[in-house]
Design a protein around this ligand. Structure first.
Ligand code: UGA
Length: 436
């Protein structure tokens, strides 16, 4: 069985690497030749734990990386993992997936195979049926369900655990018509992931499951963030004890109840906006989703209010931001709340110095010389009037009185409460902990 993966972003490259590392015959395809060249040399274009190691194992086996779409011709399975970024009105941009579908269609026209095409890219309900399927049929001159299979197969992996999630997904969703291709796909996935639930449904439901998943996660985060703000104004209250306890109720569950500065990243904010947009189009006022989004947007103002309240005016003050990645173990700063915070503080004329173990280069692309970049945490803290912990990198948990000794004013704003149990010779304020 020969497998193609089209689009080598987080999802595509993780999938390509995992499948190849297991000895499958895999072709990873991306239109960006420079990116392909790097990957062929065993270098990943972004940081993701275990990805490079897995890729290199794959490269020693049967893995080809190329920008040549004609290699799809001999493939039995074709995963489509191209990006679906956001337009300014919140809707998703389909240009890339339309182009990929057209190119795959043209190759299919010349192929003798009867492949299964699995759409992993996140798309709004109706997209596969109304846009992707017609493009593929038109360009290939072949019939879906007969001469090729077309199945929705949404992805649930998280950045920073992409390899683990690709190897051990919590569920597999297959959406489409009940054809021979669907039967075959079910068999293949059952073999790849024994004992993992496989949900077989139609296109629209499968597409919607992805948005339901991400918007529910966003809802959980906004819920706990709003509660954390209430706790912050309630002397003695501690959001983590509350989250831990309600998380023990199996109806609630313990994950995604970590209060913080708001959710960021390339998925939750984008998918929330797309879902709101889609809901409006479907004639349903997305009242809850709006509230989730508004709560998330507000959360950074809570952090700024805390900085202002404790520091007085911000102008000309040295403020250190620890962590610009949207979460630990990634160098991804897309829609990172820390970036939003820095932009706001710069407008207020603060002097910003940042530290991040992995995301400095990406952060430089946004701020260039408008902020300072520290190589170490102690450099970042030197002469600082205030440090704001934004990303929960493990190494920030090691901060102690020695690390803050060169701060000009020992003021710590901890958005992740990682230092809450330490005795620090500093003014310490944390999101979600009420002070007397
Ligand atoms: C998210 C989903 O979790 C994945 O299931 C999904 O496959 C992916 O989007 C996608 O659609 O591709 P990811 O963007 O990697 O994954 O990030 P998350 O781990 O969900 O974190 C998103 C944001 O929420 C981060 O800024 C994180 O700090 C924040 N968060 C998360 C919290 O503030 N509290 C929590 O308890 C959990």
């Amino acid at each position: 069985m020969k497998i193609a993966v089209v689009g080598l972003g987080f999802v595509g490259l993780s999938l390509t690497s995992v499948l190849a590392s297991k000895g499958n015959n895999v072709v990873g395809i991306d239109i960006n030749n420079d990116k392909c060249e790097k990957i062929r040399n065993g270098v990943t274009p972004f940081f993701e734990p275990d990805l490079e190691k897995t890729l290199r194992i794959g490269l020693k086996r049967k893995l080809t990386i190329s920008d040549d779409f004609s290699l799809i011709k001999d493939c039995d399975i074709i995963f489509v993992t191209v990006g679906t970024p956001q337009k300014s009105n919140g809707a998703i941009e389909l240009a890339m997936i339309k182009k990929a579908s057209a190119t795959i269609g043209k190759v299919l026209a010349k192929s003798k195979k009867n492949p299964i095409i699995l759409i992993k890219s996140t798309v709004i309900p109706g997209t596969i049926q109304n846009i992707i399927l017609p493009i593929l049929e038109k360009k290939s001159g072949k019939k879906a369900g007969k001469e090729f299979g077309l199945i929705s197969n949404p992805e649930f992996l998280q950045e920073s655990s992409a390899i683990r999630d690709t190897k051990y997904p919590h569920a597999i969703v297959l959406g489409g018509y009940q054809t021979k291709h669907m039967k075959k796909a079910k068999k293949i996935f059952a073999k790849l992931h024994p004992n993992i639930p496989i949900i077989i449904t139609n296109y629209q439901t499968s597409e919607m499951i992805k948005y339901a998943n991400n918007s529910f996660l966003a809802t959980k985060i906004s819920f706990i963030n709003q509660l954390s703000n209430i706790c912050q104004n309630t002397p003695g209250a501690n959001i983590d004890d509350i989250a831990k306890t309600i998380g023990l109720d199996p109806r609630i569950g313990k994950l995604f109840l970590n209060a913080g500065p708001g959710y960021g990243g390339s998925c939750l904010p984008k998918d929330m906006r797309a879902m709101i947009n889609f809901s409006n189009k479907a004639g349903v006022a997305p009242t809850l989703l709006h509230a989730v989004e508004k709560t998330n947007e507000y959360q950074i103002n809570n952090v700024i209010a805390l900085i202002k309240k404790t520091l007085g005016h911000v102008e000309s003050k040295n403020i250190t931001v620890l962590g610009t990645a949207f979460k630990p173990d990634t160098d991804d700063i897309r829609d990172s709340v820390a970036i939003k915070l820095i932009k706001k503080l710069l407008k207020m004329k603060a002097k910003i110095r940042i530290h991040d173990p992995k995301a400095i280069e990406n952060t430089k692309r946004i701020f260039a010389n408008r902020i300072e970049y520290a190589r170490s945490v102690s450099d970042a803290l030197k002469n600082s009037h205030c440090v704001v912990i934004m990303t929960q990198w493990k190494q920030y948990e090691a901060l102690n009185n020695n690390s803050i000794k060169n701060m000009r004013k020992k003021l710590i704003i901890d958005c992740r409460r990682i230092l809450a149990n330490k005795k620090l010779d500093a003014d310490y304020y944390a999101v979600g902990i009420g002070k007397n």
